[in-house]
Design a binder for this molecule. Structure first.
Ligand SMILES: [Mn+2]
Length: 329
């Protein structure tokens, strides 16, 4: 696929690489990796753009230490670019900002294939891949190029956080790709990325999460209300999932006019990607993988608490929980 992509880009002048909104390490690393490939093979310079915020302290550290140059897409003039690549998401997934009248030329992703993606000329969508970074490293291996230390560290962390790091599904191929770039990574940078200093609001959020979390047998439901960034929701979900005897966590929060939620499971059997879609049917968009999923709800004309109650009802119904005996942490 990468040969085809490179052939297609050759005559183009300005390439834009888009991450998904509120970018995570996988999408940022994939973007940085593609940028590296294009500069190495075609001597092309490209721009990386994102929408939303980089929330998690680890991710901010990664942007800084791996020198990922990203621009807010809302401040960008899309018509200045003649080629658009989207990584770690798909055009109609609901978590990527593309202005009206613009279309993606290439989509590289590892989420479930969306039928609307067949409108994109070149797409490499592999739901079996643990991360999009895995696919990018495979491109590098195929092209016989080695990333620089910053890019390698970013890609390594990208694969890790989407697979082994969070206990999500990974396969041998992901591990093979990690070992391909391992000799190039900076361990010093990686260590710093993995244990950054944390802001005060992180602890405030944690306090709120512990106060509001409701334990219902093996499920935790947590409404954080207003949050500072969407990553805090996913972080809280991951954190609560570590509790003994808990199988599933659902965490929801609100940022301005949108609700965001994160669904996590210890077992891949639960297929939370599908549950996420079901929970927000008619309300918003949701999706994900076997153990990790999320989604967003446009709250214009809707009440956040009402929407949350509907979703909670659906979740409990799906779990077969009657709603009695709700425990606190
Ligand atoms: Mn990913």
């Amino acid at each position: 696929m990468i040969d085809q992509i490179l052939e297609d880009i050759k005559p183009k002048r300005k390439v834009l690489i888009l991450t998904h909104n509120n970018p995570d390490p996988d999408t940022m690393a994939a973007a940085q990796g593609m940028k590296f490939i294009l500069s190495k093979t075609l001597k092309k310079r490209c721009t990386i753009a994102y929408h939303g915020l980089v929330g998690r302290a680890e991710n901010r550290e990664m942007v800084k230490l791996c020198q990922i140059e990203m621009h807010p897409s809302t401040k960008l003039n899309f018509s200045r670019y003649d080629y658009l690549i989207i990584v770690d998401t798909q055009p109609k997934a609901g978590n990527v900002y593309i202005p009206d009248g613009f279309k993606a030329d290439v989509v590289i992703d590892h989420h479930n294939y969306r039928t609307t993606t067949n409108q994109v000329r070149l797409h490499d969508v592999r739901p079996k891949s643990g991360s999009t970074s895995t696919i990018i490293v495979e491109y590098m291996k195929h092209l016989n190029i080695m990333p620089d230390a910053s890019t390698a560290t970013a890609l390594y962390y990208g694969v890790k956080t989407d697979t082994v790091g969070s206990g999500r599904s990974s396969n041998n191929h992901d591990l093979e790709m990690m070992s391909y770039i391992f000799p190039s990574i900076s361990l010093k940078k990686l260590t710093k990325i993995e244990s950054p200093e944390l802001p005060r609001y992180y602890y405030k959020n944690l306090q709120k999460a512990l106060e509001t979390a409701e334990i219902m047998e093996d499920i935790i439901f947590c409404n954080l209300g207003d949050v500072r960034n969407a990553d805090l929701i996913a972080e809280t979900s991951d954190f609560l999932l570590r509790m003994r005897d808990i199988k599933l966590t659902f965490v929801i929060g609100k940022i301005e006019n949108a609700g965001y939620f994160s669904l996590r499971a210890k077992s891949a059997r639960l297929k939370v990607g599908r549950i996420a879609m079901l929970l927000v049917k008619g309300l918003g968009t949701g999706g994900g993988h076997m153990k990790s999923a999320g989604g967003q709800i446009n709250l214009e004309g809707k009440d956040f608490e009402e929407v949350t109650a509907i979703i909670k009802g659906r979740l409990l119904k799906k779990a077969g929980f009657k709603g009695e005996d709700i425990k606190k942490v």
